[in-house]
Design a protein around this ligand. Structure first.
Ligand code: ADP
Ligand code: MG
Length: 340
């Protein structure tokens, strides 16, 4: 089962907002995380696939079949939203089994399938409880079990974890990933949490103002962002504007030796360096390329690492290090400089 957006555009009536020329395929069993700032069109994209909104132009294919004109209930999708939208008066198993009830599956069978799903999401033994007696994480598991019980053709998740606290969010995202892998189901996972997107997805799709800015594997998006926007949006980044020269780029902090990838000398470019790729040195006595003396002006403790602002002549280098050491100079390995 796969899903395909073919050049889909949609605009809200009386508003310029919407999504524009979206082409994206979610392969069988693939999880695509859609990420972007608030208002970039993430939910709109999901609502179009779900059938709650109808494209102005373009096509949406579900399993190679044109979904246009099919109402949401005929699309056979599993949906999970930030608000769990559980039925308060129903027991947990009845909530989970609800899609089967709608489809006319007999009660005994419903109960059995619900128990199986609850086991899969780690909630066996909770079948008789009411949603009100569950924690946020447990409710979201119930919603996930309910979304998957009728073996839908695709799973649509709209910020399902944003109401949970940080620790639970990490636990739940791993769980969503496991359950989704088990079910081998094409999944569109909308989030504004970059770490969540990078950690959970087969591919990440970055939306900006209703347009797809880049789609790619998490590591590619992170290390090879196509644009300055993507570089700045996913993770921390040193971004220096400059001018390409032979064998490097001239920036405010000085000349950075690097592979210019054939960019013509004189071209305006932005050099990207991730803070964790910057090396630190306790003395000036190093012959590393792109070495800059300076001093620490900011030192933030982040638990597993520290993020330093290292002031050099002409600017600041953001550096991530594991330990607090004396830093007299930093150097930037040429192979970790990417020109945008
Ligand atoms: P996201 O989920 O990325 O935060 P949305 O898809 O909800 O963004 O919204 C995309 C844009 O469309 C936003 O500018 C939003 O204000 C606008 N929008 C969303 N829903 C409506 C609506 N019902 N009517 C008009 N504009 C809307
Ligand atoms: Mg949204």
């Amino acid at each position: 089962m796969s899903v395909e957006f073919k050049n889909v555009s949609f605009h809200y009536p009386d508003a310029s907002a919407g999504v524009e020329s979206i082409s994206l395929t979610i392969g069988e069993g693939e999880l695509i995380a859609v990420i972007g700032p608030s208002g970039s069109g993430k939910s709109t994209l999901l609502m179009l696939l779900a059938g709650f909104l109808v494209p102005d132009s373009g096509q949406i294919l579900i399993n190679d079949e044109d979904a246009s004109g099919k109402p949401p209930e005929k699309r056979d999708l599993g949906l999970v939203f930030q608000s769990y939208a559980l039925f308060a008066h129903m027991r947990v198993w009845e909530n989970v089994a609800y899609p089967l009830k709608v489809r006319g599956v007999p009660s005994m069978q419903r109960r059995k399938r619900a128990e199986e799903m609850l086991l899969r999401v780690g909630l066996s033994g909770m079948a008789e409880r009411r949603p009100a007696s569950l924690s946020g994480g447990q409710r979201q598991r119930v919603a996930l079990a309910r979304a998957l019980i009728h073996a839908p053709r695709a799973l649509l998740l709209d910020e399902p974890l944003s109401a949970l606290d940080a620790g639970l969010r990490v636990e739940m995202r791993d769980e969503i990933r496991h359950v989704q892998r088990d079910a081998g189901i094409a999944t569109l996972h909308v989030t504004h949490d970059q770490e969540e997107a990078l950690s959970i997805a087969d591919r990440v799709a970055v939306l900006r103002d209703g347009r797809l800015e880049q789609v790619g594997a998490p590591a590619d998006i992170y290390d090879q962002p196509a644009t300055r926007f993507v570089a700045g949006f996913l993770g921390h980044a040193n971004l220096w504007d400059g001018t390409a020269r032979d064998g490097g780029v001239e920036t405010a902090i000085g000349f950075l030796r690097c592979d210019t990838n054939g960019v013509a000398p004189g071209t305006g470019v932005t050099a990207l360096v991730r803070p964790e790729r910057v090396l630190t040195h306790d003395s000036l006595d190093t012959n590393r390329p792109n070495r800059f003396p300076g001093e620490i002006t900011e030192d933030r403790f982040l638990g597993a690492q520290r993020r330093l602002d290292f002031a050099v002549h002409g600017g600041v280098v953001s550096v991530e290090v594991a330990h607090r050491d004396k830093v007299a100079a930093v150097s930037i390995p040429p192979e970790w400089i990417r020109l945008l």
